[in-house]
Unconditional design. Sequence first.
Length: 95
Amino acid sequence: MDEKMLFYMRLDEIAEYVANELKVNDVNITGKYMGLKNKIPYEYDFRMNNKVCSMYRKPNDTSVYVKTDDSLEFECARLSEVVENIMDLTEEGVA
C-alpha cells in the first residue's frame, strides 16, 4: 500500500486511489461538492457490503477523516490509512 502523506493531495485524487485499491465501481461512490462554476469536492461516500463510509476533510485541516453513520471518526494522514480504515469500517459482520 501507498505511504504517501495526504497533505498535498486533493480529495478527488485520494478518492480515485481508494476506489482503485478497493475496486469500488463508480456507481457505488457519491461525491459532494461546494460551488457551481468551480466545484470543490468536500466529501465522498463509498458503498461497500451494504454500508456507507464517508471520507472527508475538515476546513483548514490537512488530514482526511473516515467514518460510517454508527462509527467513530478516524483521522488519516497517509493513503494506506484511508484504505485500511474504509476496509475495516465496511467489513461484513462489523456493526
